[in-house]
Design a protein around this ligand. Structure first.
Ligand code: C2E
Ligand code: MG
Ligand code: MG
Ligand code: MG
Length: 285
């Protein structure tokens, strides 16, 4: 009987694994098709505004995928799926082209775009021809220097800080800003930060959302912003949702605000309507 039970248990386990596995495989195939055709892939743009003036400073491009059968799939799911299945490089290339094409479109329409930040995944960051890819993207789309900027995370650089410095230096030489994303959640020591030629720190939303709830988050915020100020880094607070959080952030050295309070990620068309200045209209001949 125990044997039978064991078998049943095994079969149940196996079946649910199969279903799970099958769904991921089907999704992987669908994602591959989406990357090839571009269908269902899009970008939303979220404003980063100056804390005190509220002026638009830059935006972050955030990938979106909508599949006819799976519906909207969160980047929290399909980015890791792409990373596991080796699709992250073609996906990233496709998304970067979409950002460049969008910027070119805005420029052609007479709009004054602000820098757009692209999230780099680890594989992409360490690709041997990353700098060359970015250089030729700027050329192909005739983009002014610095219009595309980049975000990376601490964990990508782990144990390879010397090599990372070279890549970051090359990015900076292209005129690109580079931000450390989700700052405070990584495992790295703060001591190496000053060696990295980055331009901004984005404080992870987990700290922002604990503001006013835990004294600890304020202590961390004070430490991070104090250090960033010393290093002359732009400080971005991510995930700001309430006025109370924004008020608390005024006590610290925080330059930019990104969050649902100041603007959700929205499609390019809406970004243009709400935020971008028409240069020809702003200054008539
Ligand atoms: P991230 O780079 O840290 O992006 C910020 C995330 O926080 C976005 O989630 C954004 O929608 C969300 N967010 C912004 N404001 C608020 C807020 O006030 N409250 C809350 N709760 N959330 C807020 P999203 O769009 O789901 O993206 C998740 C992650 O997926 C990103 O985190 C990034 O790591 C990754 N990702 C997104 N697009 C790309 C991409 O094109 N390439 C790569 N490699 N990764 C991407
Ligand atoms: Mg980011
Ligand atoms: Mg982040
Ligand atoms: Mg994140």
């Amino acid at each position: 009987r125990a044997k039978q039970e064991g078998r049943n248990t095994y079969r149940l386990y196996s079946t649910s694994m199969d279903v799970h596995e099958h769904r991921w495989l089907a999704m992987e195939t669908a994602l591959r098709d989406a990357i090839d055709s571009g269908e269902g892939l899009s970008l939303h743009y979220q404003p980063l505004v100056e804390r005190d003036s509220g002026r638009l400073a830059s935006m972050e491009a955030l990938a979106r995928w909508h599949h006819p059968r799976f519906g909207p799939v969160s980047p929290g799911d399909f980015i890791p799926l792409a990373e596991r299945s080796g699709l992250i490089l073609p996906l990233s290339r496709r998304l970067m082209k979409m950002v460049a094409a969008q910027l070119r479109h805005w420029l052609d329409a007479g709009l004054a775009p602000v820098p757009v930040a692209v999230n780099l995944s680890a594989r992409q960051f360490w690709q041997f021809d990353l700098i060359e890819q970015i250089r030729s993207l700027y050329q192909e789309y005739r983009l002014p220097d610095g219009l595309i900027s980049f975000e990376l995370t601490e964990s990508m650089l782990l144990d390879k800080q010397q090599q990372a410095v070279q890549i970051l230096t090359a990015l900076r030489q292209l005129g690109c800003q580079v931000a450390m994303d989700d700052f405070g959640t990584g495992y790295s020591s703060l001591s190496y930060l000053h060696q990295l030629p980055i331009t901004a720190l984005k404080i992870d939303k987990s700290f922002i959302q604990q503001l006013g709830e835990s004294q600890g988050s304020e202590t961390i915020l004070a430490a991070i912003t104090g250090m960033a100020q010393g290093l002359k880094l732009t400080v971005v607070a991510e995930g700001v949702e309430t006025d109370a959080q924004l008020d608390a952030l005024r006590r610290y050295h925080v330059n930019l605000i990104q969050g649902y309070l100041t603007g959700r990620p929205i499609p390019a068309q809406q970004i243009a309507e709400r935020y971008l200045i028409n240069e020809s209209r702003a200054s008539p001949p």
